[in-house]
Every structure is written in structure tokens, then in C-alpha cells.
Design a protein around this ligand. Structure first.
Ligand SMILES: Nc1ncnc2c1ncn2[C@@H]1O[C@H](COP(=O)(O)OP(=O)(O)OP(=O)(O)O)[C@@H](O)[C@H]1O
Ligand SMILES: [Mg+2]
Length: 609
């Protein structure tokens, strides 16, 4: 998706630090402020010790070497050594703290994100590419924590270096210091100017790079079409234009980067020249020593490198701000479905269920359910059938409150179901999804997923009821067999049986089964059927079936077409009516017979009477 990449890069380069974002970033550090404070102290120490070393050097030259005094040399050498040990300790401390602080901050962000992602409604996931979302989440949280740690380190070190250099220069010779400071604005201007230009070229080149990736993608994936239509030459020409753009931009970026350092060096050289010349002149009158000149030169370098490094640090910070903004945006997304502030526990949802003039759409207001009304008595089994895309799964999504009606309401026990907490509804519904999902782990763990306190016996009893026990035992490790990621080491039918066992174990008050369209063999189908019937006994149940043979015994069959009830009644009533259900049923019957005997069965219904 090259357009996405381009958009992302735009974001990275245009993000500016706003006060609210800054506050929130600081908020992330707040719980760990002690660690942060320790970290800052350690860096400040380490960086200022650098300046001390230069000062000791100066004294060593001026007093020890110039006066050829061994005791003085020993004195300063021991200061030097002592301070080195102190610095080694502070370096150890800040590297240790940087690691801990980074992990703590990342842990908080990841936890908050995970928690929030679990709260978000299904509608969020159908509107956002989850794969990309997850990739961003992991790398963005890493970037924020490195901003808080290594970013802080860079900035603090730079500031401390500049301040200490300034102080020591002023102590050594304030007049010369002032001359030297005059070059700082010049250097800053150069650095900022170059940074802007280099970033512009980098941006162009990265944009072109995204386009190239996209172009590769397209022509490799569509290689057959490309060949069939003889587009090779044309494609190559288009490709050359993009690579040309990239080449030019990268070329300019390289040229500017190469030019930057020498420019800084030349300006610095003037300052160094000034120091040596002025210092030399002064040393004649003994107001400026060799040590002073050497110290000044060192302090100047301490002051220059933060300016040189500015471009890199600035770009890093900008990227991290973009990351922070993306994460905050995600954390600020309000779940579409959430508990009302005065929501109550439903206690039981065994009572009547009523869809009262429900209207629903997913997005773009394209109506999926229109004026859907259905009353279900406690203990009743409702079968939902109808053409694909008719809205059957949508109805159960609404019933489970994964989504809520846009208009109209759903009542449980005679009360609007939004009065209840989500938890109290979800925990009392047992659902087997159209695309059953298992988690990587053993079969046992999967069955126990919603009922962590269930014993092994409970798990096996549930599997027996669901009809899954026998096939589970055929595995080498039985219940401890690993199901693979998403259960992909099992067949769809097996996954359904395990989901069914999971539902049995949760002893739901309402049971919902969205049958898989993919065909399972007749034996598995019979097993699923038996398990379902065991579960449905005495419970309000909703069964969506594509195999009509499985729902003949339902109390009521509801034919859903275009989000509305097209027909409703028992199997016998609906067949008698010779309407939609009759057509669906005879079609399927005809198809099954054709499959079974490999012959064309005449299109009449008389055969099934
Ligand atoms: N998450 C979603 N976002 C947007 N539209 C959706 C979403 N899920 C389903 N739809 C649309 O809603 C309509 C009804 O879908 P639904 O899944 O309820 O059909 P269904 O009757 O269960 O079909 P099937 O028999 O194939 O399972 C379809 O037109 C579908 O495109
Ligand atoms: Mg469906």
C-alpha cells in the first residue's frame, strides 16, 4: 500500500510538538519520576565530569608540566583517576536506568493499548486494518520509550555540555569566551538550514522509495496480466521515471549531507583560529597559558557537537512525536458499544427476547436490517435461514451486543438490553461462530477458555456432550494436543466441535450457533447436530443453518432476506406455504441428491413429501 506509506511518512515529517501531546508524554513518565530523576542526575554528572577532565588537564599542563613538578603531576593524575572512577559509576547508573525506564514506559503503553484494544467494539476492527495497526502499536511504543530515554539522554547531555563549557570558558577568559560564543548563532543557522534542506530531499527519496515498492508489488503480483498485455516496455518506462526521481533526490541529500560537516568545520576553524591567535598573543604577556589554549579548544568541541547533532536528534524527536500521536489517537478512540454509567447486572437473561423495530447499518448508512421485529419466548429455538448476506449473522451480532441497534431496541426480560452491563450479557451467552476461532495452545485450554476454574473432568464431560471427545482421543496427546495458531492444525469441523464444547462448558442461558458454510462430512455433521441439541434443550437458542436438515426440529424457522423477515413458521407450516423456505429447501434437497447420486434430479418438490 504505497499511498498508506506516503501518508505515514508525511505524518512523521510534519508532526509538531503541541502542548497537549507534550503533557501526555510527560504523563507517561510521571509514575516513574524517581527513576527519571535518578537518570537525569546521572547524565548531568557524567556530562559535567567531561568538563572537569579538561580543567584538570589544563592545570596539569600549566602547573605540573610547565613547572616540571612531580608532586603536582601526581596530585592531578590522582584527581583525574578518581574522577574517572566516579564517571564509570555514573555511566553504569545511567545506562542501567535507561534500560529500566525504557522497559517500564513500554510496559505501561503496551498494557494500556492491549486493554483498550480489547474494549474497542467490533466496528473498529472492521474499519481498521488490524495487521498494520498491530505493527504500528509495537514499533510506536518502542519509539516513545526511546524518546523518553535515549532522546532525553541526547538532549540533556547536549545542554549540560554547552552549559559547563560556557561556564569554564567564562572562568578561563571571559573576553575570549564572548568571541567564541558569537559563532554559536552562525552554527545554529547553518545547522537548521541544512537540516531543512536535507530532510526535504530525504522525504522525496523515501516517497519515491514507497512508490517503487508499490510498483514492484503491482508488477510482480500482476505479472501474468503484464505479460499477457505486453506492458513490459511501458512499465519499465514508468518505473524509470520514479527511480530517476529517487536517484536525484538521494543524490542531492548525499551532496548536502557531505557539505554540512565541512561547513561546520570551517566556521569552527575560524573560532579555533581566534582562540589560538588571541591566546597566543595573550600568552606573551603571560595572561593566557598553553593549558588555557588547550582547554578552550576542548570546550569549543564540547559545545559544537550538540549543534552538529541537532539534525539527527530533531528528526528522531519528530518521528517519536508522530508515534506518540498515533498511540494517543488509538487510546482516545471511544468504543462504540460500552456500558452506560448506571448499567446493572442482568442476573439472568433467561426471559423473553424481543427485537423491537430494529434498524441497523454497519457503515455508510447502507441499511442491513430494516424495521426488524421478533419476539422470542424463553426456551424457544429459533432457526434463522436465508440467502447469504441477508443479515443472519448481523442479527446475532446485535443480540450478543457486539453492536447495538441504530434505531429501535432489543429487550431482554422486558428491559432494554443497554440497561445491563456488557459483561453480564456476554457471560451468559454461549456462541459458536461461523468462523470458529481457537487460540494457540492445547485443546483443553481452548475448551476451558471462558471458564478457567473448570476441572479436567468438567472439560471432558463438556467435550462428550458436544460430541468432540472421540476425535480428541484420536490425537496422540489427546486433550493436550496443540491446536496451532488460530487452530490451524485442525479441520473446520473439529474447530466447531471444540467451540461447541467450550459453549457447553460455559453453561450459557442463551445459545447461539452460526453454522459454518464449509461442508463437514455427514458423520461430523451428525455429531454437531447431537451436541447442539443437547445444548439447546431448555435454553433459548438461535441457530443459523445453511444445512436445512439440521433445523427441521426448531420451534420456529425465520427466513431472513434483505434484512427483513420474509417468512416465519415451523418446518411443516413453511413447506406447506410453498414460499421462500420451500424453494430453499427443495433446491438444497435437489442439490444433495445430485451430489449423492451424481445425477440430475427433476426440479419438483414432490420427491420430498
Ligand atoms: N463488519 C461489517 N462491516 C460492514 N458491512 C458488513 C459487515 N458485516 C457484514 N456486513 C454486510 O452486512 C450484510 C449482512 O451480512 P451478514 O453477515 O449478516 O449476512 P449473513 O446472512 O450472515 O450471510 P451468510 O449466510 O453468508 O453468513 C452483508 O451485505 C455484508 O456485506
Ligand atoms: Mg453469516
Amino acid at each position: 500500500m504505497p499511498d498508506d506509506l506516503i501518508e505515514l511518512e508525511e505524518e512523521e515529517h510534519t508532526s509538531q510538538l503541541t502542548t497537549p501531546t507534550f503533557r501526555r508524554i510527560l504523563g507517561l513518565v510521571k509514575p516513574h519520576w524517581r527513576w527519571m530523576a535518578g537518570f537525569l542526575v546521572a547524565i548531568t554528572f557524567t556530562a559535567s565530569l567531561d568538563a572537569m577532565f579538561t580543567y584538570i588537564n589544563k592545570n596539569m599542563i600549566d602547573q605540573g608540566i610547565a613547572q616540571k613538578s612531580i608532586p603536582i603531576l601526581i596530585k592531578y593524575a590522582s584527581y583525574y583517576g578518581g574522577l574517572q572512577v566516579v564517571q564509570a559509576v555514573t555511566v553504569f547508573i545511567f545506562i542501567y536506568l535507561v534500560g529500566i525506564l525504557g522497559e517500564r514506559i513500554q510496559y505501561d503503553i503496551r498494557r494500556a493499548l492491549f486493554n483498550h484494544l480489547q474494549d474497542l467494539s467490533l466496528s473498529y476492527y472492521s474499519q481498521n486494518a488490524v495487521g498494520r495497526l498491530m505493527a504500528r502499536v509495537t514499533s510506536d511504543s518502542g519509539r516513545i520509550s526511546s524518546l523518553m530515554t535515549w532522546g532525553t539522554l541526547d538532549v540533556t547531555w547536549a545542554i549540560v555540555s554547552i552549559i559547563t563549557s560556557v561556564i569554564f570558558m567564562m572562568i578561563l577568559n571571559w573576553k575570549l569566551a564572548l568571541i567564541v560564543f558569537a559563532i554559536i548563532p552562525i552554527l545554529l543557522a547553518i545547522a537548521i538550514n541544512f537540516r531543512k534542506k536535507i530532510l526535504v530531499e530525504f522525504r522525496k527519496s523515501r516517497r519515491a522509495n514507497s512508490k517503487i515498492t508499490g510498483e514492484y508489488n503491482q508488477s510482480i503480483q500482476g505479472v501474468r496480466v503484464v505479460k499477457a498485455l505486453g506492458r513490459e516496455d511501458e512499465n519499465l518506462r514508468e518505473f524509470s521515471v520514479i527511480t530517476d526521481d529517487m536517484f536525484k533526490a538521494s543524490y542531492r541529500a548525499a551532496w548536502l549531507s557531505a557539505l554540512f560537516l565541512p561547513t561546520v568545520q570551517i566556521v569552527t576553524a575560524f573560532a579555533l583560529g581566534a582562540i589560538v591567535w588571541y591566546g597566543g598573543l595573550q600568552s606573551v604577556t603571560a595572561r593566557f597559558s598553553v593549558g588555557d589554549i588547550q582547554a578552550f579548544v576542548s570546550y569549543l568541541t564540547f559545545m559544537i557537537w550538540p549543534v552538529q547533532d541537532l539534525a539527527r536528534v530533531y528528526a528522531d524527536i519528530q518521528n517519536s512525536i508522530a508515534s506518540a500521536e498515533r498511540i494517543f489517537k488509538l487510546l482516545d478512540t471511544i468504543p462504540e458499544v460500552q456500558n452506560l454509567s448506571d448499567a446493572i447486572d442482568a442476573e439472568t437473561i433467561q426471559g423473553a427476547i424481543e427485537f423491537d423495530h430494529v434498524h441497523f447499518y454497519y457503515e455508510d448508512r447502507k441499511p442491513i436490517l430494516t424495521d426488524f421485529t421478533l419476539k422470542v419466548k424463553p426456551g424457544e429455538t429459533i432457526a434463522l435461514v436465508g440467502p447469504t448476506g441477508g443479515g443472519k449473522t448481523t442479527i446475532v451480532n446485535l443480540l450478543c451486543r457486539f453492536y447495538e441497534p441504530k434505531e429501535g431496541l432489543i429487550r431482554i426480560n422486558g428491559r432494554n438490553y443497554t440497561d445491563y452491563t456488557l459483561q453480564s450479557i456476554h457471560s451468559r451467552v454461549g456462541i459458536v461462530l461461523q468462523t470458529p476461532h481457537l487460540f494457540s495452545g492445547s485443546i483443553r485450554e481452548n475448551i476451558r477458555y471462558g471458564q478457567l476454574d473448570a476441572s479436567n473432568n468438567d472439560v471432558e464431560a463438556a467435550a462428550k456432550i458436544a460430541g468432540a471427545h472421540d476425535f480428541i482421543l484420536t490425537f496422540e496427546k489427546g486433550y493436550d494436543q496443540n491446536v496451532g495458531e488460530g487452530g490451524n492444525l485442525l479441520s473446520v469441523g473439529q474447530k466447531q466441535l471444540i467451540s461447541l464444547a467450550r459453549a457447553v462448558l460455559s453453561k450459557p442461558e442463551i445459545f447461539i450457533m452460526d453454522e459454518a458454510t464449509s461442508s463437514v462430512d455427514t458423520l461430523t455433521e451428525a455429531l454437531i447436530q447431537r451436541g447442539m441439541e443437547a445444548l439447546m434443550a431448555g435454553r433459548t437458542s438461535f441457530v443459523i443453518a445453511h444445512r436445512l436438515s439440521t433445523i427441521r426440529r426448531a420451534d420456529r424457522i425465520v427466513v431472513i432476506q434483505d434484512g427483513q423477515i420474509a417468512e416465519m413458521g415451523t418446518h411443516a407450516e413453511l413447506l406447506k406455504r410453498r414460499g421462500h423456505y420451500y424453494r430453499l429447501y427443495t433446491q438444497q434437497f435437489k442439490f444433495e441428491k445430485e451430489q449423492a447420486y451424481d445425477v440430475a434430479v427433476p426440479d419438483t418438490a414432490s420427491v420430498i413429501k
